[in-house]
Write a protein that binds this ligand. Structure first.
Ligand SMILES: C[S@@+](CC[C@H](N)C(=O)[O-])C[C@H]1O[C@@H](n2cnc3c(N)ncnc32)[C@H](O)[C@@H]1O
Length: 231
């Protein structure tokens, strides 16, 4: 299957930022929470010793790469058994995000890092399992509440890329008949993505980001005493 022309721009931005962050923060045993088809397996491979994917039984995604069946709230793994965690485009699909972040904190060793991507402005998708959008303040609140330190919280676009992407997706609703045959929507979509990328570089307003990238660390000073974590 060819590349999806509808979202070339945001996929490039996402991939570039993930690559940078994966190299800087992921290592050792990695748990990929809500792994789906493990789309980043090749990206993480040079940095991690083991890449363990967990997903839930009801997933609508490719099941062939799932290593552990569980849920984001209950990962079948011991406390502190992973060095790092990856959780991309999952938090908005969880009814109880705090419980899920707490569970990620549980399976990470002290000093371990978690890398999340979380949308802020995005259309409904994977309905009806689409529950929340997150602001940077909400993310700080949730991660710090369960004991993580935020290492990085980065907006991946400004208004123009977000607006342009939503416009292009909407245009694709009309991609049928002669428009499809003449590839007019493809051509318009690509031109719009290029133009909005330039605009976003000239005028960056991150209050309108489509997505955040979050790197959180479980403090290294945590030790486990008779099943209870103390700092
Ligand atoms: C949009 S997909 C993202 C998949 C993959 N992480 C990626 O970046 O392509 C959302 C994923 O979250 C998983 N998911 C949804 N609810 C879940 C839950 N309660 N526990 C674990 N995984 C869940 C879905 O099965 C799906 O694989």
């Amino acid at each position: 299957m060819g590349r999806d022309l509808r979202n070339l721009l945001i996929n490039r931005i996402l991939e570039r930022e993930l690559r940078r962050s994966v190299a800087a923060h992921l290592s050792g045993r990695l748990i990929d929470i809500g792994c789906g088809s493990k789309p980043y397996r090749e990206m993480v491979a040079p940095y991690v010793r083991e890449h363990v994917g967990v997903d839930h039984e009801g997933t609508a995604h490719d099941r062939s790469r799932v290593d552990l069946w569980g849920t984001a709230y209950s990962i079948p793994a011991a406390d502190a058994s992973f060095d790092s965690a990856l959780c991309t485009a999952v938090l908005e699909h969880l009814e109880e995000p705090e419980l899920a972040i707490r569970e990620c904190h549980r399976v990470l060793r002290p000093g371990g890092s978690a890398l999340y991507t979380v949308p802020f402005i995005w259309h409904l998708h994977e309905e009806p399992r689409d529950f929340f959008r997150y602001s940077k303040y909400g993310l700080h609140h949730l991660f710090e509440k369960v004991g993580f330190e935020i290492v990085e919280l980065k907006a991946l676009s400004g208004f123009w890329v977000t607006f342009g992407q939503l416009l292009v997706y909407n245009l694709y609703r009309f991609n049928r008949g002669p428009l499809r045959w003449l590839r007019l929507v493809d051509a318009t979509g690509l031109a719009l993505q290029g133009s909005f990328y330039v605009l976003d570089r000239l005028d960056r307003t991150e209050q309108w980001t489509w997505m955040y990238l979050v790197v959180a660390r479980k403090p290294a000073s945590l030790t486990v005493e008779s099943g209870r974590e103390v700092s």
